[in-house]
Design a protein around this ligand. Structure first.
Ligand code: SF4
Length: 70
């Protein structure tokens, strides 16, 4: 499909262009986008902030365990 030029790397929806997660999601794989968006968009809006929240909590715990913060 990519060799045939049937994907559109730069075709992204207006939502994607102003989305706060665009640098993580990148609108999904160009081959599977629907109307310029990843079909799993609504899931990304739930899971991306959840993922970063968990990473932040893990780092805070590490800093507390190492007594670098109180
Ligand atoms: S999360 Fe949705 S709106 Fe945001 S960049 Fe990805 S596909 Fe686009």
């Amino acid at each position: 499909m990519i060799n045939l030029g049937a994907h559109h790397e730069e075709v992204k929806s207006d939502d994607c262009k102003k989305c706060r997660y665009r640098f993580v999601c990148t609108s999904g794989c160009p081959v599977y986008r629907i109307d310029g968006k990843d079909p799993q968009c609504s899931l990304y809006h739930k899971f991306i902030p959840m993922f970063y929240s968990l990473v932040a909590k893990e780092r805070l715990k590490l800093l507390r365990d190492c007594k670098m913060i109180t």
